[in-house]
Structure formats: structure tokens, C-alpha cells
Design a protein around this ligand. Structure first.
Ligand SMILES: [Zn+2]
Length: 160
């Protein structure tokens, strides 16, 4: 039995929902695509900003283009408080749960977008308490909202 179902998402358009309770560390779905060179992903108009959401960086020279109907994992939405991450090596990529997920919960990943001048093109609608408003990887969120930098400092103080 597959661990996910395609459903209308509360975050954006369609998404994947847990079809049953999923334990932390479970491989849920393979992220499939076609290997393309960085040069192609930079030159081909197919990969303008509205599409780069499906590009997955493999290494310095290659990306994986996941913008195909056979890649059901492309439907997973970004969240600032994700319950899944992409794991694997080379072209064998999986979406894996990073905590226990309850049946009916939407599966989410941190898309890991770096912070750049275009970040405002990707508003985030995940509604997490820690949502920074845009799809930007967690390490860069303090650049958008100082609140995230402050909470870092506060945590450090508690640890000391
Ligand atoms: Zn968010």
C-alpha cells in the first residue's frame, strides 16, 4: 500500500497527504526526473523562475528536472515546518519522513531555495507558526525577517 494520496492541499493547489500513520524515517515516495546539465537548466526558458521549483540540484554540474507527470513527488508542497526531506545519492532520491506523521496530514519538504533577489516570487502559504512568508531555506530566513535571527540568539542563550 502506498503511504500517500493525492489531494487538494491547504497550502497550494494539489498536494500529497499521508494515507496512513507514517513513522519517522520512512521512505515515502521516490523523487524521479531527468538528469540535465546546469548549462541546460540555465539556458532553457523552460526553467525560468516559475518552473525552477522542480529542479533538484544533484551536484555542481547537474540538476534533476522533476517536472514530469510521472514524478508524483513533485506535488509535495514546501513548508517552513516540514515533516519530510529529500534523501539519497545521485539519481536515487527519496522523500523520507523526518518525524512521525499522522494519517491525513499533508506531506511537506523544505525546498531549500537559497535567498536571492527573486525570493518575493515565491510566497509561502504553509501557515506554520514559524512561516517567514516566502519559500526560502531555513538557514537564510533571517535575511527576510529579523525575528528568525533573534530566535536563534535566544536559543543560544538558553543553551548556555
Ligand atoms: Zn511557510
Amino acid at each position: 500500500m502506498t503511504l500517500y494520496k493525492i489531494k487538494k492541499s491547504n497550502i497550494d493547489n494539489k498536494g500529497l497527504i499521508a494515507a496512513k500513520n507514517i513513522k519517522k524515517g520512512s521512505k515515502i515516495i521516490e523523487y524521479k526526473g531527468k538528469l540535465i546539465s546546469k548549462k541546460e537548466s540555465e539556458d532553457n526558458p523552460k526553467f525560468d523562475n516559475s518552473k525552477r521549483i522542480y529542479l533538484f540540484e544533484i551536484n555542481k554540474r547537474y540538476d534533476l528536472d522533476g517536472d514530469f507527470n510521472f514524478n508524483t513527488a513533485r506535488l509535495i508542497n514546501h513548508s517552513c515546518n516540514p515533516n519530510c526531506e529529500v534523501v539519497g545519492k545521485g539519481l536515487k532520491l527519496w522523500i523520507e519522513s523526518i518525524r512521525d506523521i499522522k494519517k491525513g496530514e499533508e506531506l511537506t519538504c523544505d525546498y531549500g531555495f537559497s535567498y536571492d533577489a527573486d525570493y518575493k516570487q515565491f510566497p509561502c502559504k504553509c501557515k506554520s507558526r514559524n512561516c517567514c512568508g516566502y519559500i526560502v531555506r531555513s538557514e537564510s530566513r533571517w535575511r527576510i525577517n529579523k525575528r528568525f535571527g533573534l530566535s536563534f540568539k535566544k536559543n543560544n542563550r538558553v543553551n548556555r
